[in-house]
Write a protein that binds this ligand. Structure first.
Ligand code: TYD
Length: 155
């Protein structure tokens, strides 16, 4: 099973979509193994968005991410990284497929409601960036035999 990081960005918190977005991941069958509200600062954002440091929108992006608390979530499941990315939709909410979080709930390429790790290696780094080990939980889902096949549970 994989774990992946999701951030509910300031727009999701302000617009009252925390529950709606968490529900979409829960309904899909992902297991919530970590959750917390945080204020982000330059230190964590410079690290998190290092790949965008040379972009013209970098400072605006950081200001936006600092404008309100965010909710950090860690989700677990088979192929969780790619499943979660598909649930979120493509970066620009106006282009994102209907049925995705960004496609259904957003209009912006920057205030796009959610962050989700793009690949497994980055997910591992991002989960460590936002969660201490003791803030992550391991537990059995009682219905997991109805969610996965026996083969899939062991992956
Ligand atoms: P990126 O990592 O390219 O996309 P994603 O979040 O889909 O993995 O970009 C990170 C964030 O930067 C993106 O969610 C919103 C912001 N952003 C802008 O504000 N303007 C832009 O033109 C792009 C590409 C991203």
């Amino acid at each position: 099973m994989e774990r992946t990081l999701v951030l509910l960005k300031p727009g999701a918190v302000q617009r009252g979509y925390i529950g709606e977005i968490i529900t979409r991941f829960e309904k899909k069958g992902l297991k919530l193994v970590g959750a917390k509200m945080m204020n982000l600062n330059d230190e964590i954002l410079n690290e998190h968005y290092a790949h965008l440091a040379d972009k013209a929108f970098f400072n605006d992006l950081k200001s936006f991410m600092k404008s309100n608390p965010v909710i950090a979530l860690c989700w677990e499941g088979l192929d969780a990284v790619s499943v979660v990315r598909r649930i979120c939709g493509t970066t620009n909410s106006r282009d994102a497929e209907l049925g995705t979080i960004r496609g259904d709930l957003g209009m912006s390429g920057s205030a796009n409601l959610v962050h989700a790790s793009d690949i497994l290696d980055n997910a591992k780094v991002e989960i460590k960036r936002f969660f201490l080990p003791e803030e992550l939980f391991s537990y059995e889902m009682a219905f997991c035999n109805f969610l996965y096949s026996t083969d899939e549970i062991s992956q």
